[in-house]
Design a protein around this ligand. Sequence first.
Ligand code: GLV
Ligand code: MN
Ligand code: MN
Length: 410
Amino acid sequence: MIDGERLWRRLSDLGEIGRQREGGVTRLSFTDEERAAKDRVASYMDEAGLSVREDAAGNLFGRREGRNADLPSVLVGSHVDSVYNGGDFDGPLGVLGGVEVLQTMQERGVETDHPIEVVAFTDEEGARFSFGMIGSRALAGRLTSEDLAKYEDRDGVSIAEAMRTYGLDPERVGEAARPEGSVKAYVELHIEQGRVLENEGLPAGLVTGIAGPVWLRFSLEGETGHAGATPMSLRHDSLAAASEIMSLIEAEASATGTSVGTVGQLSLEPGGINIIPGHVEFSLDLRDIDQGVRDRVEGRILDEAVEICRRRGVEMGVETLQRLAPAPCSELVMDAIGRACERFGIRPHALPSGAGHDGMQLAGLCPMGMIFVRSRAGVSHSPEEWSTKKDCAAGCNVLYWTVLDLAGGG
Ligand code: GLV
Ligand code: MN
Ligand code: MN
């Protein structure tokens, strides 16, 4: 059905944009690399005969008209930004898979009632600003000017400043919001980033919902001192307090069996070999598919962290960077994906997503669903991320039938 060779060639070519010496790709938002990736995708959209445009948040769209221009469009897509030294598949598969579906329809002269759009969202990963889903938030009407001013990258550049440098006007970001009822459904093809499908021996699967992340930043203020001259009993060591909190995070998240807690960023000052670290900052990414479980884990971590810091004479501050509710996928889209799997001879295996996706934002605007493709050894956010050509093609075929179903094709 779809052209698996073409999809694979485009995945490989896109993976060369932002390629690192360490083997992975780095394409942060509003950089030359993200721009180059979007330009490449725009050229594929052109080849597919789609009408191409970008919105006020930098989201790139390719549109194919339906029989009835007044009907809401079916939206497919994902993102082309990446984490630091990430893989070739997280994001590009959904964007290029969407282009492939529309190009196949174009080539076969397939008509649909609804228009269909494929989108490459701006900054899903949050690698640059520790925020993420910027484009999909804007589309869902959930991005505020406070967000654009508040979040800064490692060099102190705010999202608003980065947008201006990129040629976008942050004052106009509200124009990217789509009105309620203007999108019939959103479907995203993505690699699983886990091992469920591999264990089940299935190339693709049907997502039931997306776990909700809370991102926190801890700041610990203790006392800088001489590493040789300060007795252990008189120290207020911020890093020692942080390490105790990190062990606590691991223990509390593990105890539930479903929650996952990660400290991915850590910095300390002054940073000398013979100086007690007075100031430490670290992040927490805490997720669960059940919001109640996640919130109880968070509460226990914060209560115990306060106690640890009190005992050690260290001041603790906690800033919330983002707090998203888990997002269930809609019955409408799950049913269409289930039918598409069966049509293609794949047992429709249902599984939740531990990773976050643009669909979480879209869930507030329209019915949302996702198709997962088997990941090798479940590895992702790594240069080792891998899915086979055959599995990518199988997932894209499931996307084809799903979109045809939702868009009233035939
Ligand atoms: C993005 O992939 C995330 O889950 O944070
Ligand atoms: Mn992704
Ligand atoms: Mn990702």
